[in-house]
Design a protein around this ligand. Structure first.
Ligand code: MN
Ligand code: MN
Length: 296
């Protein structure tokens, strides 16, 4: 059993690493840079600082709101309005953070980025006032609307637990009648701003997976990979790129079998319905007697 103070130490440590990686990577992001290189730089830096990636780095461009991570042979280059969303964990305790960059020197992109960042700041300030989830959502929505943008209604902030990226409570990015308040715990707040209609649909498979059932699978390679996943990632998301690095190309077939056998769930890419641009800002907060923004 982990004591509360030990837990808090790990949560703060993960946040410190996330914040350091964020400041380190920002000036290195340039248009035309391969997304594969960017993802690996971030994930290697996390390990260098003695954390582990809590999920595959999401590098989603323009209308892709989330869940784009480079495949092992990805050739996509950074461009447009790029969202960089990554996570760090220390023994399962997570910091989840995201920022957006404009790689086109485009004023609409810059406004979208400002809107999500401002909405995140205002939402955290609202949480500090012990406001309800409905009121936090309202502040996010009103901030976006002051820029003539919309929040994405079906993407939300979330609670986090040990080895659980999405646990329990969700934090809507729109006004609701929810009177519930944030109790002690760990949460990610993540507003998404768009100049489109404000909704996402599920697109192509992302190559990002999560373990849902470790029941037996007949193929010995698939079994070996499943054991590795259960041991290394536990209940946190991972991607095909990481497994190709460890086991080679044969892991792609194993992943397919594990998905068909019901061991794994694969997440789809999340695309804005009107194919409009999307920005995102995210930080992790620890709600205790006061609120600490761990990943800032
Ligand atoms: Mn995130
Ligand atoms: Mn998140």
């Amino acid at each position: 059993m982990t004591s509360r103070s030990k837990q808090k130490e790990k949560i703060l440590q993960a946040g410190k690493i996330a914040s350091e990686v964020k400041e380190w990577i920002k000036p290195q992001i340039k248009k035309g840079m391969p997304l594969l290189e960017l993802a690996e730089k971030i994930e290697n830096k996390i390990k260098e600082l003695k954390g582990k990636p809590a999920f595959p780095t999401n590098l989603s461009i323009n209308e892709i709101a989330a869940h784009y991570t480079p495949s092992y042979n990805d050739e996509t280059k950074a461009s447009g309005l790029l969202k960089v969303d990554f996570g760090v964990h220390v023994d399962g305790w997570i910091a989840d953070t995201a920022f957006s960059v404009d790689l086109e020197n485009n004023s609409e992109n810059k406004k979208l980025i400002e809107a999500s960042e401002k909405a995140l700041k205002n939402a955290i300030r609202e949480a500090e006032k012990k406001s309800s989830l409905g009121e936090i959502g309202k502040v996010i929505q009103e901030t976006m609307e002051s820029y003539k943008f919309s929040p994405i209604v079906n993407l939300t902030g979330h609670e986090m637990e040990e080895y659980e990226l999405h646990a329990g409570l969700t934090i809507m990015n729109i006004k609701t009648t929810n009177k519930e308040k944030l109790s002690e715990g760990l949460y990610a707040i993540e507003p998404f701003a768009t100049n489109g209609s404000g909704k996402i649909y599920e697109g192509k498979p992302s190559g990002i997976y999560i373990l849902i059932d470790s029941k037996n699978v007949r193929n010995p390679t698939a079994r070996e990979i499943l054991d590795f996943i259960a041991d290394e990632y536990q209940t946190l998301p991972f991607c095909s790129r990481w497994l190709v690095k460890k086991f080679g190309i044969k892991s792609l077939f194993a992943l397919k079998q594990l998905e068909e056998n019901g061991n794994l769930h694969q997440y789809p890419q999340l695309i804005e319905v009107s194919h409009a641009k999307v920005s995102q800002a995210e930080n992790t907060i620890l709600v205790d007697d006061k609120i600490i923004v761990t990943s800032e």
